[in-house]
Write a new protein. Structure first.
Length: 384
């Protein structure tokens, strides 16, 4: 009897665990061998789908069977042609291995031309099966039926999703770890104006050294940034993100509303640099928001500067206690040394002019004058 190698394959894990299809294929091959005079010396099997261009890579059993049959110069026997594949290109590639394979269903005297015809029929059958399955699934979904993971409990679905995410994260971390030396070297390079190098500049350094990304492309700044985050490398950004800068500037403005742009840049306390132009723009937005909320500021129409918050406080206090003098108002609000009596009196006069058109005795209530240079003695003279 002539030696031969047997090969078995099923597509799903359920079929592999049941063993019914594998047992049926083995039975067919053994009876074919007894009838045609073949002795099966070794058996190989795969539990893997036959679709895909790299099916041979995904099926180690078939690769080992081809190697064993080639070394022993004996044929490879399968029960049916679709156990090898339903792809004409794949079956044609197997013929190039110089290994004669025999299909038990067709007999031992089938030439390559006939096998090509049967392979074309098998490929067409696979397409028809896929179309029928898709049509049946669409009909079932329209009727409200569920499939696959949807049939499991919600807890199991969350568990499977978590496993998938964990696998993707682990794969990404492994890729980043393989590039650790390159990323650390790029981030150690000097940046512009004595600052730390930016991620975009680090990407340029990597491209200049002809170091490709894991996918074989060119480096970009966001690639280096994501790699550094996965490697837990604490590298400051060359430009502070808009949201982070806005939150920090607003927090500083709420603590000390009289800060200027250089003082904001100096008091940020972060490794991220913030230029004066952006600091001034953020401060102006904070002052504009505070001015919109103040009815006195809207009525008077003061310009926005570092004293906007102080003007708003003076206007609010004046509106509640119009009889206070400038000195009393400075003591009550605990204003700093920058707020002089003359300046506070000018603010109070602007509030008075914007809110009322008083005449006669009303002009002297609370010592609020239209003309701040007038003395109190002049102001107390009776109206003509």
């Amino acid at each position: 009897m002539k030696d031969a190698v047997g090969y078995l394959r099923v597509s799903t894990q359920e079929q592999g665990r049941s063993g019914l299809s594998l047992a049926a294929q083995r039975f067919d091959i053994e009876h074919f061998g007894k009838r045609e005079g073949f002795s099966i010396t070794s058996w190989y099997q795969d539990i893997q789908t036959g679709a895909g261009k790299d099916a041979l890579v995904l099926r180690p059993g078939l690769a080992a069977a081809l190697k064993d049959a080639g070394a022993a110069r004996c044929p490879l026997i399968v029960s049916r042609l679709d156990r090898l594949s339903r792809n004409v290109h794949f079956i044609t590639g197997l013929m190039e291995h110089k290994v004669h394979f025999v299909v038990a269903l067709f007999g031992r005297d089938v030439d390559d031309f006939t096998l090509h015809i049967y392979a074309s029929i098998a490929e067409q059958e696979r397409k028809m099966i896929a179309e029928r399955v898709r049509a049946a699934v669409l009909i079932a979904k329209s009727e409200g039926r569920k499939f696959g993971l949807q049939l499991r409990p919600k807890s199991w679905q969350r568990y499977v999703s978590a496993l998938g995410r964990a696998a993707l994260v682990k794969e990404a971390n492994d890729r980043a770890e393989a590039y650790r030396l390159y990323i650390e070297w790029a981030l150690r390079q000097p940046g512009r104006r004595g600052r730390p190098i930016s991620f975009s500049q680090a990407a340029v350094k990597l491209n200049e050294r002809n170091i490709a990304t894991p996918l074989g492309g060119q480096w970009r700044g966001h690639h280096v940034q994501r790699m550094a985050a996965r490697l837990k490398l604490d590298h400051p950004l060359a430009r502070m993100p808009e949201k982070l800068a806005w939150d920090r500037v607003r927090a500083l403005f709420e603590q000390c509303p009289n800060l200027t742009a250089p003082q904001v840049v100096a008091n940020l306390g972060t490794p991220h640099p913030l230029d004066l132009r952006r600091a001034y723009a953020f401060l102006r937005e904070c002052r504009r928001d505070a001015a919109i909320q103040s009815s006195v500021h809207r009525r008077v129409g003061w310009y926005l500067d570092c004293r906007t918050a102080t003007r708003i406080r003076i206007g609010a206090m004046w509106k509640r206690y119009p009889e206070l003098t400038a000195r009393e108002l400075i003591e009550k609000l605990n204003l700093g040394p920058d707020s002089t009596v003359k300046w506070v009196q000018q603010i109070m006069n602007e509030c008075w002019k914007a809110h009322t058109q008083a005449r006669g005795e009303r002009r002297r209530v609370g010592r609020k004058f239209y003309n701040p240079w007038r003395t109190q003695s002049c102001a107390r003279r009776p109206s003509p």
